[in-house]
Design a protein around this ligand. Structure first.
Ligand SMILES: *[C@@H]1O[C@H](CO)[C@@H](O)[C@H](O)[C@H]1NC(C)=O
Ligand SMILES: *[C@@H]1O[C@H](CO)[C@@H](O)[C@H](O)[C@H]1NC(C)=O
Ligand SMILES: *[C@@H]1O[C@H](CO)[C@@H](O)[C@H](O)[C@H]1NC(C)=O
Ligand SMILES: *[C@@H]1O[C@H](CO)[C@@H](O)[C@H](O)[C@H]1NC(C)=O
Ligand SMILES: *[C@@H]1O[C@H](CO)[C@@H](O)[C@H](O)[C@H]1NC(C)=O
Ligand SMILES: *[C@@H]1O[C@H](CO)[C@@H](O)[C@H](O)[C@H]1NC(C)=O
Ligand SMILES: *[C@@H]1O[C@H](CO)[C@@H](O)[C@H](O)[C@H]1NC(C)=O
Length: 446
C-alpha cells in the first residue's frame, strides 16, 4: 500500500517536471546542463588595404555536446553599404552575384549584398587559411576542442569613401547548421582580438573586432523530439518501451505511408534530405536503451544501446549525454569514449559518451534487415548511501542525443521490482557459484 502511494506521488511529481520541461522548450529556456553553449562569430579586421581591408572570421562552437555535422554550416550576413568580397581563402561564397560593374581582368569573389559562406572540404589544397577547411563541421567542445573552431579570411573592397574608415559591421548575421535552429545577435564592436608575437613577448591587437553570438533553440530546429528512451532490467522481463508516438506522425502515418516504412517496404524516393524512418510505436529516428544488466556487491553494470531507425541518415560523430546520480562515482565505459561534465548547480553526475574513431563513431542507418546501432557496457561503482533499486533510482534522469533532449518513459511504466527481495541481493561471483553448487548437489541427491 505504502509503495503504491509512493509510486503515484512520484509519478505525479515527475509528470509535473516533464510538463515544465516541455513548456521550457516552447518558451526557449536555456539548457541547464550547458548554460554557456553558443556559437560565436568573430570578425577581425587585421590590415587596411586600398579602399578596403583584410579580415579573418572565426567560428567557435562553445557547446559542450552539440556539434555541427556534415553537410556543414552556412554563414550569412548583409553588407551595410556597397562592400564586395574581393577574395577569400578557407571558405567560399556560394554565389558571385551581380559583378557586372567590374570590368578588369580580376573579378571580385562575390558582389552579393547578402552573401552565404560555406566551408571547403579538407582535401582542397588551394586557398587555404589557418584553422580552415573542415567541410563545415564544428566538433562539440567537450569531445574535441581542437576541431570546435574554424576560420577563414577575406579581402573586402569598395568601402564607402570616408577618411580612415573601416566601414560598418554587416547586419543580419545568420548561421545555419545547416538547418534552422540558431539565432544570431548583430555584430557588436568588442575589444580587439590579440595575437602574440615574439614567442609571447609582444601583444598584437587587430584593428577592429566585431562579435556576434548565435544561440540554439531546439524548438526552432525541430517540431517534434528526435529521440526517445526505453528501459529494461535483469529483474523484470518486461521492457519499458519508448512512449507511443513520441516523435509524432502516428496519425499521419496511416494516411501517408511515406512518413514511415515497414520492413520489406520498398525504399522509394530516398534521395531527398528528409527523414525516412522505420514504422515503430514511438516513430523516433533515434532510440536510446538503458539496460540494468547486473547488480554486484560494490558495482552495477549498464548496457547502453543507441539505435538509428532513420533509413536516410548516418549520424557521424554522434554523442549521448546521461544525467544520473550514479555518475558521481567512478565509471568504466568499455566501447565508447566518455568524459564527465562538471555542471554547476546539478547534483547528479553528468557523463558524455561518443564513438571511438574508426570503430563506432558513425551510427549507421538501418537497412531492411537490421537497425543500425552502437552499444557499450558501463560498470559503475556503488555508493552504499545512495544506491537503491527503489523508485526507479537506477534509471537516468535525462538523456540527450547530439544535444537534443530525449523523451523519457513515465515513472509509472518503469520496470517493477518483483515481490520478495531475496532474488535481488547483489550477486558476487562466489555467491553465484555457491548457488550453482547447491543446485547441482540437490540434483545429484535427487
Ligand atoms: C557564449 O559562450 C561563451 C563561452 O562559453 C560565454 O563566455 C558567453 O557568455 C556566451 N554568450 C552568451 C550570450 O551566452
Ligand atoms: C585562390 O587562389 C588563387 C591563387 O592562389 C587566386 O587566383 C584565386 O583568386 C583564389 N580564389 C579565391 C576565391 O580567393
Ligand atoms: C535584415 O533582415 C530583415 C528581414 O529579412 C530585413 O527586413 C532588413 O532590411 C535587413 N536589414 C538590413 C540592414 O539589411
Ligand atoms: C502503444 O502501441 C502499442 C501497439 O500499437 C499498443 O499495443 C499499446 O497499447 C500502446 N500503448 C499505449 C500506452 O497507448
Ligand atoms: C551510410 O554509411 C554507409 C556505409 O558507410 C553507406 O553505404 C551509406 O551510403 C551511408 N548512407 C547515407 C545516407 O549517407
Ligand atoms: C577516443 O578514444 C580513443 C581510444 O581511447 C582515442 O584514441 C581517441 O583519441 C578518442 N577520441 C576522441 C575524439 O577523444
Ligand atoms: C506482489 O504482491 C502484491 C501484494 O502482496 C500482489 O497483489 C501482486 O500480485 C504481487 N505481484 C507479483 C508479481 O507477484
Amino acid at each position: 500500500m505504502m509503495l503504491t502511494v509512493h509510486r503515484v506521488y512520484l509519478s505525479a511529481v515527475l509528470k509535473l517536471i516533464l510538463l515544465i520541461t516541455t513548456l521550457c522548450t516552447l518558451s526557449d529556456c536555456y539548457d541547464p546542463l550547458d548554460p554557456n553553449g553558443n556559437i560565436s562569430v568573430t570578425f577581425d579586421i587585421y590590415q587596411r588595404m586600398e579602399n578596403g581591408y583584410l579580415a579573418r572570421v572565426t567560428l567557435e562552437n562553445h557547446h559542450q555536446y552539440r556539434h555541427v555535422d556534415k553537410p556543414g554550416w552556412k554563414l550569412g550576413w548583409t553588407w551595410a553599404n556597397k562592400e564586395v568580397i574581393w577574395s577569400m581563402s578557407g571558405a567560399i561564397a556560394t554565389d558571385r552575384g551581380d559583378c557586372s560593374s567590374y570590368s578588369g581582368s580580376q573579378m571580385p569573389h562575390s558582389c552579393k549584398k547578402d552573401p552565404i559562406i560555406v566551408d571547403i572540404s579538407p582535401d582542397v589544397s588551394q586557398n587555404r587559411s589557418d584553422h580552415c577547411c573542415r567541410g563545415g563541421r564544428l566538433s562539440a567542445r567537450a569531445v574535441d576542442s581542437f576541431n570546435s573552431l574554424s576560420s577563414f579570411e577575406l579581402e573586402v573592397r569598395n568601402l564607402e569613401e570616408k577618411e580612415n574608415s573601416l566601414g560598418q559591421a554587416p547586419n543580419n548575421v545568420t548561421f545555419m547548421a545547416p538547418g534552422p535552429g540558431y539565432t544570431c545577435s548583430s555584430f557588436l564592436t568588442s575589444d580587439p582580438s590579440v595575437s602574440l608575437d615574439f614567442g609571447g613577448q609582444r601583444q598584437v591587437p587587430v584593428l577592429r573586432t566585431w562579435k556576434s553570438t548565435c544561440t540554439y533553440s531546439s524548438f526552432l530546429a525541430n517540431k517534434s523530439p528526435v529521440c526517445c528512451v526505453s528501459f529494461s532490467t535483469f529483474y523484470n522481463p518486461i521492457i519499458t518501451p519508448c512512449r507511443n508516438c513520441t516523435c509524432g506522425g502516428c496519425r499521419e502515418a496511416n494516411k501517408n505511408s511515406l512518413s514511415c516504412i515497414r520492413p520489406g517496404d520498398p525504399l522509394g524516393g530516398s534521395n531527398d534530405e528528409k527523414n525516412i524512418i522505420e514504422c515503430t510505436d514511438h516513430m523516433c529516428p533515434i532510440r536510446v536503451h538503458w539496460h540494468f544488466k547486473n547488480n554486484y556487491m560494490n558495482q552495477w553494470r549498464i548496457k547502453l544501446t543507441i539505435s538509428n531507425y532513420n533509413f536516410n541518415r548516418n549520424y557521424s560523430n554522434w554523442n549521448v549525454l546521461v544525467q544520473h546520480p550514479g555518475f558521481n562515482q567512478k565509471a568504466t565505459t568499455y566501447s565508447f569514449n566518455s568524459t564527465k561534465l562538471s555542471t554547476l548547480g546539478i547534483q547528479d553526475g553528468v557523463a558524455l559518451f561518443w564513438g571511438i574513431d574508426y570503430y563506432n563513431n558513425e551510427l549507421l542507418h538501418s537497412d531492411k534487415d537490421r537497425v543500425g546501432s552502437v552499444t557499450t557496457e558501463i560498470l559503475l561503482e556503488k555508493d552504499e548511501n545512495s544506491f537503491t533499486l527503489q523508485n526507479g533510482w537506477t534509471f537516468p534522469r535525462r538523456i540527450y542525443f547530439n544535444g537534443e533532449n530525449c523523451d523519457m518513459p513515465l515513472p509509472d511504466t518503469f520496470p517493477m521490482l518483483p515481490n520478495g527481495s531475496s532474488s535481488l541481493r547483489p550477486t558476487s561471483h562466489v555467491f553465484t557459484l555457491s548457488l550453482i553448487y547447491l543446485l547441482l548437489v540437490q540434483l545429484v541427491l535427487l
